[in-house]
Design a protein around this ligand. Structure first.
Ligand code: ADP
Ligand code: MG
Ligand code: MG
Length: 546
């Protein structure tokens, strides 16, 4: 075995070992004790000033931020007159994620407990007509019963509990976590395991947050290479957009920091390889996916696109290579380096961006366009999953970009017998050359697409809750990436000086922890539980005592 090969084996086995232990929930064993010890809540006097700096919106504080929600729920649980409402909320949540076959029974229990005016748990804030509707729907065996009640419950909590929460010890505890969250992030918090891939400005590494043990993908952008190749604007756009969106179908940004040489984006690690690899390289004699598998991935991609478009973000670079699988086989959109955000009031944009063979006709013609370009690329991507070739190119064919462009603009697409009629119809609806007639995002959602016959057997609610079993589970012992040697090296950039202006830019980029993912990491790795200690009932913990 050559040195490169050996290096790959060693790196892979350390990486697979760390991954395995994390899957088993034993992250603690892989933590760095010294770094873990640095995650400490400060005394309350050190962080009380944050009260005036954080967003005091109920929804942000008590619903969206995971640590905030936990502490708010703990407050409800431990406050006599709010306990019952808190239980109702938790019961609703457990109903929402229940398996289809358990739902009805759970619903009946909820109705008996909270909707019956004779019950001691009866919730008076529910409106009469909402009660009638839920009881009626429950009788008729409908699911998704409690959406309206949940809104009423949250409104009630905002009115009846929010203010007293903000005067409680639980809110002070929240401020302690916000302080910890706002601490600077440096290189010393991360340990790189192995290269996962190569990007335009540096390598992407499997990297561990030392203090919690959680594995991430760390996309490194070399400062000098960025400057030389004028990549600043693209880098900050990618970072800003990633920090803004939050969806289980798009890679999540958890940290943005800098080292002496690099700007680093720490994101959800996607261990299962990209769709391109799975279409062509896993079973080379029989490339492409069964339709059910293509359907599942397409649905997840649609959820990701819909989220981006709701934020007025055009992705522009959808293709199998940019869709990555995680350990269990769910996919997420990644590489938002070509994405752009339409400003308020702006309907369209212009500009050549994307990958040859995928770009929509209106973009290629230099016309103004909107997110409809992403549904054209979705059509190309779905076509490729089935046919194991692009719609505008034969397999292995070398064609000039000019010719590909000509075909996209004027040639019809041919479908082999591999396509079912529903699948063909969906591809045709997406590959429509006129954007106004293309399937896609309308009135804030992708309803028409979701209701397409191609998805008739798909439970969108369960898919969106992450509860639908994936059609393919990556083998945990396989590293779905090229060997380290094949990834290729970068040459060093010489004769370039970084000045104060550059430094200013790096500081703007390196904003540290991203709140929601950071809080999620604290909860999921058990740190939140370890730090959130209360002592015996009725006493005030030392760190919250003035
Ligand atoms: P660039 O924008 O420079 O092309 P990418 O974001 O596409 O960089 O990342 C380069 C490569 O790194 C990808 O092709 C993929 O192999 C790997 N990679 C990127 N993000 C992740 C991730 N979140 N998890 C695992 N591997 C990743
Ligand atoms: Mg890329
Ligand atoms: Mg990119």
């Amino acid at each position: 075995m050559d040195i490169g090969g050996l290096e790959t084996v060693v790196a892979n086995s350390a990486y697979v070992a760390a991954r395995g232990s994390i899957d088993d929930g034993a992250v603690q064993n892989f933590r760095d004790k010294k770094m873990r010890a640095k995650l400490k809540l400060p005394h309350i006097t050190q962080c009380e000033h944050l009260k005036d700096q954080i967003d005091l919106d109920f929804s942000s504080l008590c619903l969206k931020q995971p640590v905030g929600q936990r502490l708010f729920q703990q407050f409800l649980e431990n406050t006599e007159e709010l306990k019952m409402v808190g239980d109702f909320w938790k019961d609703m949540e457990s109903y929402n994620v229940a398996e289809t076959n358990e739902r009805l029974q759970k619903a009946q229990k909820l109705v008996n407990k909270y909707y019956d005016s004779a019950s001691k748990h009866f919730c008076p804030f529910l409106e009469e007509k909402a009660i009638m509707r839920v009881k009626e729907d429950c009788k008729n065996g409908r699911t998704e019963l409690f959406k309206e009640s949940e809104q009423l419950l949250l409104k009630h909590l905002e009115e009846a509990a929010f203010e007293s929460y903000r005067n409680s010890l639980y809110f002070l505890r929240f401020l302690q976590f916000k302080w910890l969250e706002s601490q600077p992030v440096t290189e010393e918090w991360f340990l790189d395991f192995r290269v996962l891939g190569k990007g335009g400005f540096g390598e992407v590494w499997a990297s561990q947050m030392k203090a919690t043990g959680k594995m991430y993908a760390n996309k490194r952008l070399n400062k000098k290479r960025l400057k030389k190749r004028k990549g600043y604007e693209g880098a900050i756009v990618e970072k800003r957009i990633l920090a803004k969106v939050y969806s289980r179908f798009i890679v999540t940004l958890a940290y943005a920091y800098q080292s002496k040489t690099d700007l680093c984006l720490v994101m959800t690690i996607m261990n299962g390889g990209d769709l391109r690899y799975h279409i062509y390289n896993v079973d080379e004699k029989n490339p492409g996916f069964e339709e059910a598998r293509a359907c599942y991935y397409t649905a997840q991609i649609i959820c990701g696109l819909e989220h981006l478009h709701q934020y007025r973000i055009i992705y522009r670079d959808l293709k199998p290579e940019n869709v990555l699988l995680d350990d269990v086989g769910h996919v997420r959109i990644s590489d938002l380096g070509l994405a752009m955000e339409l400003k308020d009031g702006e309907e369209k944009t212009k500009g050549y961006a994307g990958t040859p063979g995928f770009m929509a006709p209106e973009l290629l013609k230099g016309e103004a366009y909107d997110w409809s370009v992403d549904y054209f690329t979705l059509g190309v991507t779905l076509y490729e999953m089935i046919a194991a070739k692009g719609p505008f190119r034969s397999r292995g064919e070398k064609v000039e970009n000019k010719e590909v462009t000509r075909r996209i603009l004027s040639d019809p697409v041919a479908y082999s017998e591999k396509f079912s009629s529903d699948c063909k119809a969906l591809c045709e609806g997406l590959l429509v050359k006129l954007p106004a007639e293309r399937l896609g995002f309308k009135d804030g959602e992708c309803r028409e697409l979701r209701n397409h016959p191609f998805f008739q057997n798909l439970n969108w609610g369960r898919l969106e809750a992450g509860l639908m079993d994936p059609p393919f589970v990556p083998d945990p012992k396989t590293v779905y990436a090229k060997d380290i040697g094949d990834v290729g090296a970068f040459s060093t950039v010489k004769g370039l000086v970084l000045d104060n202006k550059d430094k200013e830019f790096y500081d703007e980029f390196a904003t540290g922890n991203v709140p929601i993912p950071w809080q999620e990491e604290m909860i999921e790795t058990g740190i939140f539980g370890e730090l959130n200690v209360w002592g015996s009932k009725g006493t005030v913990p030392n760190d919250l005592r003035h």
